[in-house]
Design a protein around this ligand. Structure first.
Ligand code: 4AD
Length: 500
């Protein structure tokens, strides 16, 4: 009987067959231990040298990493083993050979791993991250479906910019230029006038020319849009939605989060109400003593950690070079040293940047958009997500609703995730007044003919409305506690990276 590893608990004492790939192998000469991975979990399969295993014991000892196998045996509960069960093997069949698998337990640099991304996501860490992504995507769909939103698929080929001309990817469309969609928003706005509450969910494209830990050129975004909603209603929706995603990940992924080293207490603290600040209050905060103290403490902590890493690395290097150290132990130490080295390189860069970020914050001028480092500071000064609302009109998109009390502002918000993760949502109330929107399109020098259809929404039954966009990858990076966004999507696309 073929059984999935995740279901082994229902088969203790029975003979079953597992199908999967050899994740790891070691042997003591008398027993071979084969850790099998089947996509649902990992299970250690035990092959003792005995008359019963005579036919395949030697073969088991020589199997290459990632060989595909069918392994038959008796299920035994063992709390101490990965997954809580072991298989006492009675038969073994090789389905697909594998030798010299390129990703070994030895350390590999991130570039190497990304070039082998097609194999990389067989690893335990990637498996956990992409499972969390799966649940985030599933919860997004379920959340909107159960709350009365209609899914509207928006086009990928767009005639004009939705979010600023600097990040457009141009495509030749039978001799005419069109652009890969930066957002589906303008289209879901049309749909909300037909269905009331709608959302689109798909890939979006931005020609981001900088390599940062927060930017991809292709990312997934969900964009709800609600007719008759003002800014407060849209903010409340975003808050409820983010709580639902966090609750789902905590419900289904505690083991994955633990494996990734994510402190779940930080996620358990994500409860309503989130903090709400205006842009002007955020600007004050950046210039104030709390931000300065945070960065000073940060600099001291990071320098101390760099020293500690230096100490750990030399200890482990001399341990690995000692006599009689087994090869597996050497590999383990080498992997740890490589991880420490990577962390040190990252920290050294952070240390170099802190004075610059401190200066940017201290001299923050009202009217500028918040930069990545500004968002990091604000988000680190809060234990829960923070809504920053009412930005200066001049730094925001043309479609945002002008604030009635202060014409310099728009009714918009960004949601910053805590612990320095920064913006995961951008949203706003939309300009529903024909004259104001039309004047804005002209003032910004946008080509009016591209937006006539969009202006029609303000000609025929205009209504206050608003929505937002949540980036899946930034959300997954935050939930999993990852430093970089590149591991949150199966095949990341960034400047200089589009293989495989
Ligand atoms: O703030 P943004 O640009 O908002 C919009 O696109 C609006 N049209 C959304 C709307 O109101 N319907 O982007 C929204 C979110 C960001 O908060 C971020 O999570 C993600 O999209 N995002 C990116 N994620 C990865 N790489 C990039 N280059 C991203 N740019 C934006």
């Amino acid at each position: 009987m073929f059984v999935a590893i995740k279901d082994l608990c229902e088969h203790v004492g029975q003979t079953v067959t597992l199908r999967g790939w050899l994740y790891h192998r070691r042997d003591s000469g008398k027993i071979a231990f084969l850790v099998l991975r089947d996509g649902t979990g990992l299970c250690q399969c035990v092959v003792p040298k005995s008359p019963q295993t005579q036919g395949f014991f030697e073969q088991a000892r020589r199997l290459g990493q990632e060989t595909t196998l069918k392994v038959t045996g008796v299920v035994r509960a063992n709390e101490k083993q990965i997954g809580g069960h072991e298989l006492d093997v009675t038969a073994l069949e090789v389905v697909g050979e594998s030798s010299d698998y390129p990703i070994t337990p030895k350390p590999h640099g991130i570039d190497f791993l990304m070039r082998h991304r097609h194999l990389h996501f067989r690893s335990r860490r990637q498996w956990s991250i992409l499972r969390v992504r799966h649940s985030v995507v599933d919860e997004i769909r379920q959340y909107y479906n159960r709350n009365g939103f209609t899914l509207i698929d928006t086009p990928i080929f767009a005639p004009a910019a939705g979010e600023g001309a600097q990040t457009l990817f141009q495509v030749d469309y039978f001799g005419e230029p069109v652009y890969l969609a930066q957002t589906g928003q303008l289209y879901v706005e049309t749909a909300c006038m037909a269905f009331g509450k709608v959302y689109c969910f798909g890939p979006t494209f931005r020609a981001e020319k900088s390599k940062t830990r927060r930017h991809l050129t292709e990312f997934w975004m969900v964009e709800p849009e609600v007719a008759f909603a003002d800014l407060d209603e849209v903010v409340d929706l975003a808050e409820d939605f983010v709580c639902a995603i966090v609750a789902r990940v905590l419900r289904d992924h505690r083991e994955d989060l633990a494996f990734l080293g994510r402190d779940v207490a930080d996620l358990e603290a994500i409860q309503k109400p989130f903090h709400r600040l205006t842009y002007s209050q955020a600007a004050e905060m950046l210039r104030g003593p709390k931000a300065r103290a945070l960065l000073e403490r940060d600099l001291a902590d990071k320098k101390a950690r760099v020293e500690e890493l230096g100490r750990l690395m030399s200890e482990k290097e001399s341990q690995a070079g000692g006599q009689g150290v087994k090869q597996w132990k050497r590999d383990k130490l080498a992997a740890e040293v490589a991880a420490h080295r990577e962390e040190r390189t990252d920290l050294e860069e952070v240390i170099r940047n802190i004075p610059h970020h401190a200066e940017l914050a201290a001299n923050f001028q009202w009217g500028k958009d918040l930069g990545g480092s500004d968002e990091t500071i604000i988000s680190r000064l809060h234990d829960r997500p923070v809504f920053v609302t009412h930005y200066p009109r001049d730094v925001k998109a043309f479609y945002m609703k002008k604030n009635e009390q202060d014409e310099r502002l728009v009714n918009n918000f960004d949601l910053l995730a805590p612990q320095g993760y920064g913006e995961i949502i951008g949203g706003s109330q939309r300009e529903d007044d024909y004259d104001v929107l039309s004047e804005r399109i002209n003032a910004l020098g946008l080509d009016r003919k591209d937006y006539e259809w969009y202006l029609d929404l303000r000609r025929y039954g205009s209504v206050p409305h608003g929505g937002f966009g949540l980036g899946v990858e930034r959300t997954v990076a935050w939930l999993c506690g990852l430093k970089h966004i590149r591991e949150t999507i199966p095949f990341p696309r960034m400047m200089g990276r589009f293989y495989p």
